[in-house]
Design a protein around this ligand. Structure first.
Ligand code: ATP
Length: 463
């Protein structure tokens, strides 16, 4: 029995998998194990035991969103499957209060030969709805999934994003008390993810519960009340999402075993070919009229190669600079000016689909803006060979920023926007300080093309 406030209670949960060296060993075990035990002549073991979960215990309260964090293979999916009842545990208990709907592996719950509409009936009836109830909801499910005419096509023709749209839409409409989501949203596009996030917030407001696995630390910090860090099948830590996420990232960093000293890369010739003048630090203020005390002065501190970082380090970022549009390294700029963020590094292995990106955060850790190379190179991929130097340049107009401290984190990954392996992520690679600003509210000011004020009683307008 669960007390009223608890949605999920997990006690001493353990899961052992049998791992067979050869496929025929499984058959032999099935054939002979009964025989051996029948005649009590001792048994021969045809498998190794792999313990995926050990002594896992925690509770999820009603109305909570709990994020599960952990490295690949640590046991997250195993745990969710046991909670959903699709996988038996070896030991321990799971008690859930209320109706559970889950979005686990892509395609689970769907028949690939059925159309989208047929699968809505199929999946929603597995989740406990009668045909009448589904009929009442089907228009809302189709509208939420928003996959156009594909709804009448067999789901085997769907992209992974379409699968997720349909599956999420079904679980969102079956009146579940608990939603369990296993990293599936990672393949959705940004608009759909926003729609799901709005749904999730409303769902929680109604006192319902969500348990989800995510590799996206930001969504765990922003959405969850609690985080559970699973490591090698055990619960390593439970608690406040921000502190658990920080500890988890720090451990990822420590466990990345390449201690490549990033400064060893000799990039002088490489930079001069690109026209980068890194030796001189040029103060852009000289070119500007110093007339107003509302000017947004930004002081830029140089690359900190000792900043916290993580990643598997198949490639390392070795330098980050802000340049003028003439490619001169700057230590000062002004909100509204054009700058180039230059990120340089070395690849230690072959990387087929590199993505280099950055994000600018304020001192509260709020993501102000950022970008990456993925879309710009989607049709003309650049791959990296072992020992290649690489660089990327992001040219943009620096927004006008309220006074305060800011940081630029940079990263190189391999893959695409939704699914990638992080090679090197450097937190706070560059720090900069906004000294004075005309901005009194909002996160950024956008340089205006023009500002007009009209009044019908006046003949002309003032610009
Ligand atoms: N059916 C199975 N037979 C044997 N081992 C398995 C089986 N399913 C999972 N495992 C192993 O159990 C461990 C935990 O797997 P699980 O899928 O739960 O990890 P995960 O944390 O969800 O990983 P990921 O983040 O990569 O999805 C892994 O080492 C995996 O290889």
């Amino acid at each position: 029995m669960l007390c009223d406030s608890i949605a999920i209670k997990i006690e001493n949960l353990a899961k052992d998998y049998k791992v067979y060296k050869k496929p025929e060993d499984k058959l032999k075990e099935m054939l002979f194990s009964n025989f051996f035990s029948l005649f009590k002549i001792g048994t021969k073991k045809y498998y190794e035991v792999y313990t995926a979960l050990k002594s896992v215990s925690f509770e999820v309260k009603k109305g909570e969103i709990v994020g599960i964090l952990g490295k690949n293979g640590c046991g997250k999916s195993t745990l969710l499957q046991i909670i959903c009842g699709t996988l038996p545990s070896t030991e321990g208990n799971v008690v859930v209060s209320g109706k559970v709907a889950a979005l686990l592996e892509l395609g689970v719950g769907f028949n690939p030969e059925y159309t989208g509409i047929e699968n809505i009936y199929f999946y929603a009836s597995i989740l406990g709805l009668t045909n009448k109830q589904i009929e009442k909801k089907i228009n809302r499910i189709i509208e939420f999934a928003d996959i156009g005419d594909f709804i009448n096509q067999p789901v085997k023709t769907y992209s992974s994003g379409m699968y997720v749209r349909l599956a999420f839409s079904v679980i969102a409409h079956v009146d579940a008390d608990i939603l369990i989501i296993d990293e599936a949203l990672a393949v959705g596009d940004a608009f759909f993810i926003q729609k799901c996030m709005r749904f999730i917030r409303e769902f929680i407001k109604k006192g319902r519960t969500i348990l989800f696995v995510s590799h996206d630390i930001n969504s765990v910090i922003n959405l969850c009340n609690k985080a559970v860090w699973i490591d090698n099948g055990i619960v390593k830590k439970i608690g406040d999402p921000k502190s658990i996420s920080n500890d988890y990232l720090a451990e990822l960093y420590n466990s990345s075993n390449t201690n490549e000293k990033s400064n060893e890369v000799n990039s002088k010739d490489y930079r001069s070919k690109l026209g980068i003048k890194s030796e001189t630090t040029y103060d852009i203020r000289r070119k500007l009229l110093i007339t107003s005390n509302l000017r947004n002065d930004l002081e830029i501190f140089s690359f900190n190669d000792e900043s916290k970082s993580f990643g598997c380090k198949g490639a390392v970022i070795t330098d980050v600079m802000l340049l003028t549009s003439d490619k001169e390294n700057i230590c000062w700029t002004i909100g509204g000016e054009q700058v180039i963020l230059y990120i340089e590094g070395k690849s230690l292995i072959n990387i087929s689909k590199p993505i280099i990106g950055f994000c600018v955060k304020d001192k509260l850790g709020q993501h102000i803006f950022g970008d990456n190379t993925y879309l710009a190179y989607i049709n003309k991929s650049v791959s990296l060979k072992e020992n290649d130097l690489f660089s990327s340049e992001f040219a943009f107009n620096m927004p006008i920023l309220p006074a305060g401290d800011y940081s630029i984190s940079v990263a190189i990954a391999d893959g695409d926007q939704s699914s990638h392996q992080q090679h090197h992520w450097i937190h706070d690679a560059i720090i900069f300080k906004s000294h004075s600003s005309s901005i009194s509210s909002g996160l950024v000011g956008i340089p205006m093309q023009s500002i007009k004020l009209h009044a019908s009683s006046m003949e002309s307008s003032y610009e």
